[in-house]
Design a binder for this molecule. Structure first.
Ligand SMILES: [Zn+2]
Length: 390
């Protein structure tokens, strides 16, 4: 191998997500080795066939999986809503209006405070094996505050999403606000964003407004994704399929027609089990999605209101326990599924040529992520993303 190549040997079980290496979905290799060269996977195979390298590490039979790809988070915020959580656990139902509490705190925070908050959460995610993260705006809701949130998020990831259409702020009508989001706010936000998103739900934005907002963003070169069908059956999934969104997120309430449409339109369904957990709501049945041939991603939705976890291992465990996924399906959805939801082919798998982002587990098998819920199983994160690496 070339100079600087690093061998990781004695991997008890390697998840590649590459069908070329083993059965789908995980492409498992037992007693495996992997070589990293210039930040990319250069060789994968049985330990016995591993090439000679300058540097090598014996992983002691531990399992290795690709780093998690968390395709849905809201990390640019200030304030604390633990009291609201406690009230919810005492019986107060969740509603979209709680977002406004965070908006007030976020507007009042300094750039430095918000940046430090994002840095803290990105580091927290990395310790739990996540090295690719999407970050949304949506707690500013003014032209300057939304642009500021995206500029801060951009310091940490290329996967930034303009979510000015999170909720209609106080003191403005829905129509006035849609004009603002699709006009001056979009103009200032677009240079810092890759994606455009809208919370399509009763109490937030309706189907026509969602279409208008997503199409305005697309006209500025942003790619569409959507918060859909979280709190009830609604038009969000239909809109996602119409505009060719990369992903429809939540999908807690989906009809059989919705599933067919997602599959036919090639829209990923991103399920967010932490939200149902943290709002004590019914879970979506992932089996229905998988049975219908829909690509499923799992993401954290890390946010201060409806789900304040940054842990993808936790999401995997809940998806297996309560959403009828197998451990293999859940791990695939939290890695390769997340990559599909972000239309990335360089992360979420460990085939030759992929970014060499690996999680070494303190366990002999990926199954332990679901089998041992709540246990910190991440032994080491090897990552080559220039942003989360610092
Ligand atoms: Zn969300």
């Amino acid at each position: 191998m070339a100079e600087g190549a690093v061998l990781f040997a004695n991997i008890g079980e390697l998840v590649t997500n590459d069908p070329g290496h083993g059965p789908t979905p995980l492409g498992l290799v037992g007693d495996a080795a992997l070589v990293v060269e210039r930040g990319r996977v250069a060789w994968v195979g049985p330990s016995a066939d591993a090439p000679a390298t300058d540097e090598s590490h014996d992983l002691g039979g531990r399992a290795v999986i690709p780093c998690f790809v968390d395709s849905h988070s809201h990390l640019v915020f200030a304030g604390d809503r633990s009291a609201e959580f406690a009230a919810r656990m005492s019986g107060t139902p969740y509603s979209a209006g709680g977002i406004r509490t965070t908006v007030a705190a976020t507007r009042a925070a300094s750039d430095e405070e918000l940046t430090a908050q994002v840095a803290r959460h990105v580091a927290e995610m990395r310790r739990q094996g996540t090295t690719t993260v999407e970050i949304k705006s949506g707690y500013g809701l003014t032209v300057l505050d939304e642009a500021r949130a995206l500029a801060i998020a951009r310091e940490f990831t290329g996967e930034t999403t303009f979510l000015g259409a999170h909720v209609v702020p106080e003191g403005t009508t829905p129509d006035e606000y849609v004009d603002l989001v699709t006009g001056p706010m979009l103009e200032k936000a677009a240079p810092y964003a890759k994606w455009i998103d809208v919370f399509c739900e009763d109490g937030a934005f309706g189907a026509d407004q969602a279409r208008t907002i997503l199409r305005a963003g697309m006209a500025e070169g942003l790619l569409p994704r959507i918060h859909a069908n979280q709190l009830g059956h609604g038009p969000g999934i239909t809109v996602a399929c119409e505009v060719g969104a990369a992903s429809a997120d939540h999908c807690t309430y989906a009809t059989d027609d919705d599933l067919t449409n997602l599959r036919d339109a090639g829209v990923v369904a991103t399920l967010l089990p932490g939200v149902e957990f943290s709002t004590r709501s019914p879970y979506p049945d992932a089996r229905r999605f998988l049975g219908a041939g829909v690509t499923v991603a799992l993401a954290s939705d890390c946010n201060p209101g409806s789900c304040y976890t940054s842990s993808m291992p936790f999401c995997v465990a809940v998806a297996v326990r309560d959403m009828a996924m197998t451990p293999a399906e859940a791990v695939w959805s939290a890695t390769a599924g997340g990559a599909a939801a972000l239309r990335r082919d360089d992360v979420g798998h460990l085939a030759v040529g992929a970014r060499a982002d690996l999680v070494v587990l303190d366990a002999p098998s990926y199954v332990h992520l679901a089998y041992r819920p709540g246990v910190p199983l991440v032994h080491q994160v090897v990552a080559h993303d220039p942003v989360t690496e610092r």
